[in-house]
Design a protein. Structure first.
Length: 451
């Protein structure tokens, strides 16, 4: 007959109470019961808490009920042919304590991977099926960041989704900032945490009730830190002495980009097929990758000149970002300005390469703020921002927003470093140019002929 005995394995003030379940001579199982007691309050002879205090009586009652629960489960299991082992005993203890067993998808990194694997079947921001390559890459990077956090802070222990509460998010945020990551990068990681947890909740994974109180964070740059190319600088780029064909081609793209205001990925995908004619005016028509929005942009004379005089050939966004720095340097954009740029640095740790399987130095990219020569800060994003900034006040804001695909005027003004007051001044300036109507009454003297 199976017998159960409770015992301690230490003499500390917080000793774990173990259950030893002897089914037969060959099968003796032992697991923690989930209860603790001070060793001085434990009777070794009776294998139970000493009687006297009310809390010890309650503890003994719980252990007695646990013993009955395990015996009943054993008797039921015999008829079902269940294998009795340590995992079985742990399951009975967890069930008795109303403890939900941890399954694979309770682990944060496992669920992130599930989310990545399901990417082709998830609805994107455009209400279409399938997440973009950029979004999937972002999630893969997010998973790597979580794995590093587990290694450094949790000593390799898995983070459970149900444990992600306000305190966890705050500590994770501080860790990221201490690593030198930018506000926007930290904000993306916090947003990813909420996305993963919300999706997990839809699949009946337990999440913290505090999750709804986790706030988004983003960076709002002051106007002097927003990098753009004004019309004089674009003229310098246009006249820059370039020899390499790759740089000449990149120059065409950056100048065109500043005239049509599209994101780098949309800009570099434009071909002659996107050139249309509308009521005698040539336009560029394209469907934006991020928003799925169809936009039509009238081509200004300078943009027409670029397109009609040897259309630029396609290059990758990586090469474009590399080449336009050289182009802008040749154009003399060497003045010192404040900004941030991505710098790759070693973490001091070794990792296994996913491509070769070799042990290599782990590297991370950090956005480091400081004073740099302007050409060093130029990336593909300067095109869209320069367009919005240079044409603000010259083209009605709703039209500019339609082209740049900003959802609200507030977002648009923040994007170019303007405020609602700037918009008010623009409106006043517009009104001041209107020809005022002279409404002063004119008095006319009429001769009275009547006597």
């Amino acid at each position: 007959m199976a017998k159960i005995k409770f015992l301690l394995q230490s003499k500390s003030e917080n000793s774990n109470i173990y259950a030893r379940y002897s089914i037969n001579r060959a099968t003796v199982l032992k697991r923690k019961t989930g209860f603790i007691i001070s060793a001085k309050d434990w009777s070794i002879d009776k294998a139970q808490p000493k009687m006297g205090r009310e809390d010890l009586k309650i503890l003994k009652s719980k252990l007695d009920k646990l013993a009955i629960f395990i015996n009943d489960a054993h008797n039921e299991g015999i008829s079902k042919g269940i294998e009795f082992n340590g995992d079985w005993l742990q399951l009975q203890i967890d069930t008795f304590n109303n403890k939900i067993a941890i399954v694979e998808l309770d682990v944060l990194t496992n669920y992130i991977q599930k989310f990545i694997d399901d990417a082709p079947y998830k609805q994107n921001a455009k209400k279409e099926l399938g997440l973009s390559k950029g979004r999937v890459q972002n999630l893969k990077l997010f998973k790597k960041t979580i794995l590093r956090y587990e290694t450094e802070i949790f000593k390799g222990k898995n983070i459970l989704i149900k444990d992600i509460n306000l305190l966890f998010v705050e500590k994770f945020k501080i860790w990221l900032f201490n690593k030198g990551y930018s506000v926007n990068y930290v904000g993306k990681n916090i947003a990813n945490i909420k996305t993963i947890c919300i999706d997990a909740h839809k699949n009946d994974i337990e999440i913290s009730t505090q999750l709804k109180n986790v706030k988004k964070i983003s960076e709002s740059k002051p106007p002097e830190q927003i990098i753009t190319l004004n019309e004089d600088e674009q003229e310098l780029i246009k006249r820059a002495p370039l020899i390499r064909e790759a740089l000449i081609n990149a120059r065409k793209w950056i100048l065109l980009g500043c005239l049509i205001g599209q994101r780098g990925g949309d800009l570099l995908n434009i071909t002659n097929k996107n050139i249309k004619e509308l009521n005698g005016i040539k336009i560029i028509e394209l469907k934006q990758q991020k928003t799925g929005k169809l936009v039509a942009i009238p081509l200004l004379p300078d943009a027409l000149e670029i397109i009609e005089n040897d259309f630029p050939y396609k290059i990758s966004i990586t090469r474009f970002n590399e080449y336009i720095k050289d182009v802008c340097e040749s154009g003399g954009l060497t003045q010192m300005v404040f900004g941030s740029k991505s710098i790759t640095t070693k973490t001091g740790k070794k990792i296994i390469s996913e491509k070769t399987g070799e042990l290599i130095d782990e590297k991370i990219k950090l956005n480091v703020s400081g004073m740099y020569k302007k050409y060093e800060l130029i990336t593909s994003h300067v095109c869209r921002r320069s367009f919005a900034t240079n044409f603000y006040g010259r083209i009605p804001t709703p039209i500019l927003m339609n082209i740049t695909a900003h959802g609200t005027e507030r977002m648009f003004l923040n994007y170019i470093g303007k405020t609602t007051y700037d918009n008010a001044y623009q409106m006043l300036e517009y009104f001041s140019k209107l020809a005022p109507r002279d409404k002063t009454p004119v008095m006319e003297v009429i001769k009275n002929t009547a006597n």
